[in-house]
Design a protein around this ligand. Structure first.
Ligand code: G16
Length: 557
């Protein structure tokens, strides 16, 4: 790094002193915290993303300013790699180091050492390019400016503000840009509506699908997703959407609304109630990378509990549909081109895992965090991953896609364009275009769920009958130091504090079909408790006793 570069970094970093006592970690999905404390962090991640771009031959990197499901006063930042996936985990320690550097001098010396180690060339012919997006949080605009200054302080770099977006839109655009495809927001919407239309046109006209298209009620979490799905609606036919909680009517982002609230509390979001009994409803989270469905059952009481169709149920519906299409295809190679697998986490309801295994699928488990699930799903020809909280997608390998596209062409060429095989292969190709290949995306998820339900002629109630969830409960426990909890790689057992797992096991033994685990959240300052048992009362009681154990081992804050 030459003197001009060092001077540029020192000068800009003086603008963003680190708040005293701030200690952050890249976590499950980037840095998150109180928005008022984050300017220095976001500025530093701006620098990191410019370096990442240079390291990867000036490919475009994405930066998203969002704290997703967290409260509106929080914000955060996550980095998208050129593939549209999450930042390579190999760079996370560097992210942690620079975010916590105490002074401009320390920051610059860390950057200098890293640039040398990684052999990053600053000031070459091509500079870095970083695309910046943000959600609707009021703090987003000034944080985005801090990120821009970070990017600009690496000489020759360009920061491009692409405005207010959902997180998956940014990831999609970065991926498309680096593949040399059309990559604007308009292209994103066109891609969704074209592939949705294609799947609609492939719905069988006879059989069991005499299905009235009923209205879908969407809870937009008072965030960016509600606004973007309104834009998308304009280009869709075959879908009747009523969008609530768009944020325009004074509602607060994620407060009593959104996918995280509905999934954790299992009650209706604000703006929904007994008037909606039996209706199909979908809830997005604050940056629209999560999706859950729900309905108010006819026997609901005034506290308006919902029947929840979470990420596990969406995964099961997708798996069923994909498997049905693959069954029609004869790949002449004993399924070697189309190995279908699914990825879940420890939060997956035990009943969903049993169901997926009964379908004959390979089920594998990953740590919480899409970055972990995505990696495992990519090992299959078609890998479907979902967290129970509604974050997931379907990945098609390059070789599987090219096999599908070739098959589609070959069938057309031999006059089999109208065959069942051709329709099945065309559906799979359309799914690969519709569903976001970069990251879980509530908007593309809604479209795929809706078209599958139309295809098989199912109501939401019928879909819910795929299997019956084991009753479960999740609780957050605030403790003085959540990092005191250390778990095994799949997060099903706690290794620390010593003795806590034995105590949890003794509790679990008291319940029929009991299962419970604890883990430190990577996005909030809490320890999460998950419990499952044969009745709701038992699941609640198990979760409460495990939460008590957490408090007695770690103290309450
Ligand atoms: C993020 C991650 C998800 C994760 C969730 C909760 O979601 O992308 O993979 O499940 O945080 O993580 P934790 O339990 O560690 O707090 P989002 O929608 O908030 O970006």
């Amino acid at each position: 790094m030459d003197e001009i570069q060092i001077a540029s970094l020192l000068k800009s970093s003086e603008l963003f002193p680190i708040p005293q006592g701030l200690k952050l970690s890249y976590g499950t999905a980037g840095f998150r915290g109180d928005a008022k404390l984050l300017e220095s962090t976001v500025y530093r991640v701006g620098i990191l993303s410019a370096l990442r771009s240079l390291k990867l031959g000036s490919s475009t990197i994405g930066l998203m300013i969002t704290a997703s499901h967290n409260k509106v006063s929080d914000n955060g930042i996550k980095v998208s790699d050129p593939s549209g996936g999450m930042l390579s985990q190999e760079w996370e320690p560097f992210a942690d180091q620079i975010a916590n550097a105490a002074s401009p001098q320390e920051l610059v010396s860390l950057i200098r050492a890293f640039v040398e180690k990684e052999e990053i060339k600053i000031g070459g012919d091509k500079g870095a390019e970083v695309w910046l997006g943000r959600d609707t949080r009021p703090s987003g605009e000034s944080l985005l400016r801090a990120a821009e200054i970070g990017v600009d302080s690496v000489l020759g770099s360009v920061a491009v503000d692409i405005g207010i977006l959902t997180t998956p839109q940014l990831h999609w655009m970065v991926r498309a840009k680096n593949k040399g495809l059309k990559a604007t927001e308009k292209d994103y919407f066109e891609n969704l509506s074209t592939s949705f239309r294609c799947l609609v046109n492939l719905i069988p006209i006879s059989g069991n699908n005499k299905f009235e298209i009923s209205k879908l009620l969407v809870d937009g979490a008072n965030g960016v997703g509600g606004q973007k799905i309104e834009e998308l609606r304009a280009s869709l036919s075959n879908l009747d959407l009523e969008i609530r909680n768009t944020g325009r009517d004074g509602g607060v982002l994620n407060e009593g609304v959104g996918a995280d609230f509905v999934q954790k509390e299992k009650v209706v979001p604000l703006g929904f109630g007994l008037k909606d009994v039996g209706m199909r409803c979908a809830s997005l989270d604050g940056d629209a990378d999560r999706l859950v469905y729900f309905y108010v059952p006819s026997d609901s009481t005034s506290d308006v509990k919902v029947e929840l169709l979470d990420g596990d149920k969406i995964l099961s519906l997708f798996a069923l549909f994909i498997k049905e299409q693959l069954n029609v295809l004869d790949d002449g190679n004993e399924g070697k081109q189309s190995r279908l697998g699914v990825v879940q986490t420890a939060y997956a309801n035990g009943a969903s895992t049993d169901y997926l295994k009964q379908l004959g699928l390979d089920v594998v488990f990953a740590k919480t965090g899409v970055k972990h699930l995505h990696e495992k799903a990519a090992e299959f020809d078609i890998g479907i991953y979902f967290e129970a909280n509604g974050h997931g997608t379907i990945l098609f390998s390059e070789s599987c896609l090219s096999w599908l596209v070739t098959k589609q062409k070959d069938l057309t060429a031999i006059g089999q364009g109208g065959s069942e095989e051709h329709k099945a292969v065309s559906r799979l190709v359309a799914v690969s275009n519709l569903i976001n290949q970069a990251v879980g995306d509530a908007l593309s998820g809604v479209l795929l769920v809706e078209v599958i339900l139309q295809h098989i002629g199912w109501s939401i109630q019928k879909w819910n009958e795929l299997y019956k969830d084991l009753p479960s409960r999740q609780i957050k426990v605030e403790v003085p130091d959540r990092t005191a909890v250390v778990t095994t790689s799949q997060e099903t057992e706690a290794l620390r504090p010593l003795g806590i797992q034995d105590a949890i096991n003794s509790e679990i033994k008291k319940y029929s079909r009991g299962r419970a685990f604890i883990r430190p959240s990577g996005t909030e300052d809490v320890v999460r408790v998950y419990a499952e048992a044969s009745t709701q009362e038992a699941a609640d009681s198990l979760a409460n006793s495990v939460a008590q154990l957490v408090k007695s081992f770690l103290g309450s804050s």
